[in-house]
Every structure is written in C-alpha cells, then in structure tokens.
Design a protein around this ligand. Structure first.
Ligand code: AQP
Length: 332
C-alpha cells in the first residue's frame, strides 16, 4: 500500500503557507493512503528553541493537524523525538549521503546566511534526518510545499545509494506531492521571499490563529503595485505581490488563478483585498478557532501524540531492525 509521510517544524507562527502548501493537503489524502503526520521537533532544534516554547509549539502543530481535519483514528499524529527510529536511521544516512550533495542544499545556505561557520551541524545534516523521517516508514509519497522539493530529491538519492551499496531494493524512491494553487506562498511584505515562520515581521505572514481584524490589517498593509488586476494569468508576470494574492485567493476558493481573474479583472486592490479578507476568514478562521480550543486541552493533544508515537514505532521498528541487519550491525 502507498504510504504518506509529512511533517511540520514546531517553531511557532504557523502560517497560511504551511496551511495551503502542506497541512490542508494532508486531510484529503487520508481516504486513499495510510498517513503519518509528524511534528518534527528534532528538526526544530537545528536552530535554538526555548524548551517550554518547543513543548508548546509541538502541541500547536498537532492541534493544527487536528483542527484542519486530520482524523487521529485514521492517520498517525506524533512527535518525531518520541520514535527512536528517526535518529537511528538518520545516523546511517549521514554515512550514506555525500558532503557534496549537502553542499548543494539551498535551504542551508539561506538559513545559515553569512554566519555559516556558526550554524549547527544539525542544520547542515537536516536533509539527511528528513530522509530518515520518510524512509523509516518506507513512505512512498510526501505532500510538501515547493520549498522542500530539493530535500526530497536528496531523499531519493540517499534511498538509491543505500539500495545500490547493499544490493537490495530496501527503500522506495519517494514521490513528492506538490499540489494546489499555492505551493509557494510569498511574504506579504516582499513578493520575492517565501512566507516564513522565522521572518521577523509579523506583517509578512498570516498566522493560522489570526482573527478577522489581524487578517484585515495585514492584507491592507500587504505590498502591491498601483495597477488594477489584469485579465489573464500572463498579466501577473513581473507582478509578484499581485500574483501572490491572486494565488492565495485561488487556493482558498478552490478556483484556478484564471477563474479568479475572470471575476476580478480591472479591480483595484482596494476592492480585492477586502474580498480576500472575507474569504480567508471564512475558509481558515474556523481552523484557527479550533486550534485555540485544542490548545486549552493539552492533555487531549498529548494523548493523541502518545498514541500516535506507539503506532508509528510499531511500523518503524521492524524497518530499522531490517536496515541494521543489512548494514551489518550485530545485535540489531
Ligand atoms: N511559504 C510557503 N508556501 C507553501 N508551503 C510552505 N511551507 C512552508 N512555507 C511555505 C510548507 O510547510 C511545511 C512545513 O514547513 P516546515 O515547518 O517544515 O519548515 P519550512 O519549510 O522551513 O517553513 P517555514 O514556515 O518557512 O519555517 P522557517 O521560517 O523556520 O524556515 C512544508 O511542507 C513546507 O514545504
């Protein structure tokens, strides 16, 4: 059976990009696949996390999954650190992946910035842990936003090299599932940068827990150009901020960008932004409200995570055992 794995880092400030690029897509996959959804707290500590915030943010990721409609009876929801297989397989993959492959990862370059010498070793090895997250379950499909495409290619390279090195088809070659009209939601302040949790400006992103007033304020301030909306998608070229808002509208309304432009061609942003605000409040306002409600019941969320970790371990442990035997570890 095809198996889905995906994760979100519990680094706070969950935003519309995380929702449209990933979390929302998790829900529809539950009917056709066995789905495993993780709060990847081991990835989160590749940059400094305050321990209490990390605990809270881990619950918040689980709450976001649940609020979006992931059913914990059907799908597995858990925290990465609770399943040993991730760390064990990551080490083996650190010895399979080549330094040259990791040197090409653009996310490391972006996140480490100029202060590369001072970045954690974990940040550098992040894609190898990500490969372990997926392959510890022999997952076949991974729903993610476009920014993760390069890391998934590395996962494929690691799987292929492991299979070649040991002469066995142990790991599947995973397929990314990147779909919808908003696979890369951009910052509201700068259409050339992706919307991100770590952007210092709160105005750059719409948080999943933002209410109507916050959403309206942020969209009102969102950078745009002075022209009305064009008639065709081609007319959005070289207008990154306009393209971003139209893309968000399309993703939220379930239309194509072309359909949105049919309705709003010639409209000024003074008309389009309030319409987008109403749509955003209607479409993900209830998700934010449910997240807030779930966060008042941490015992329930912790219970979901604990049961999920047990189910995840039951799948991953035999796979790790098999891998250790193949590698030649005694006492696997
Ligand atoms: N702007 C985005 N548009 C579409 N999808 C996005 N994702 C992230 N940003 C966008 C997708 O959300 C999932 C979870 O992301 P993550 O938490 O693992 O880390 P990230 O990709 O590094 O996300 P952020 O929000 O930008 O965090 P920071 O600021 O810490 O780097 C992934 O599927 C991702 O593709």
């Amino acid at each position: 059976m095809s198996r889905i794995f995906s994760g979100v880092q519990p680094t706070g400030n969950l935003h519309l990009g995380n929702y449209l690029g990933a979390i929302r897509n998790f829900v529809g996959l539950q009917d056709d696949y066995e789905c495993i959804y993780c709060a990847v707290n081991m990835h989160a500590i590749t940059v400094w996390q305050e321990p209490n915030e990390l605990r809270n943010n881990t619950r918040e990721v689980a709450a976001a999954y649940l609020a979006a409609g992931v059913d914990p009876e059907k799908s597995i929801i858990f925290a990465q650190s609770a399943v040993h297989a991730h760390a064990e397989l990551a080490w083996i993959f650190n010895c399979v992946a080549r330094i040259g492959w990791l040197n090409r990862m653009t996310q490391f370059k972006e996140k480490a910035g100029k202060n590369r010498e001072n970045a954690s070793l974990g940040l550098y090895a992040y894609p190898s842990l990500m490969a372990a997250d997926i392959l510890a379950y022999k997952a076949t499909h991974v729903p993610v936003g476009e920014d993760q495409k390069q890391h998934l290619e590395l996962t494929r390279d690691i799987a292929q090299k492991f299979n070649n090195d040991f002469g066995k088809e142990v790991f599947p070659i995973v397929e990314p599932l990147i779909f919808g009209e908003a696979t890369r939601v951009m910052s509201l302040r700068d259409g050339s940068k992706k919307m991100s949790k770590s952007d210092p400006s709160d105005y750059s992103r719409i948080a999943l827990t933002d209410g109507r007033d916050d959403i309206a304020r942020k969209l009102k301030k969102a950078r745009t150009d002075a022209d009305p909306l064009p008639e065709t998608v081609d007319g959005l070229e070289d207008r990154p901020e306009a393209a971003n808002l139209v893309g968000i509208y399309a993703a939220l309304s379930g239309q194509s960008k072309a359909d949105v432009l049919k309705e709003y061609a010639g409209s000024q942003f003074s008309v389009f932004k309030p319409a987008l605000t109403d749509l955003a409040v209607e479409k993900f306002g209830p998700v934010g409200e449910e997240m807030k409600r779930l966060m008042t019941d941490p015992a329930y969320v912790d219970d979901v995570l604990a049961k999920g970790a047990e189910r995840a371990s039951a799948i991953a442990n035999p796979i790790i055992k098999e891998v250790k035997e193949i590698v030649g570890f005694l006492g696997a």
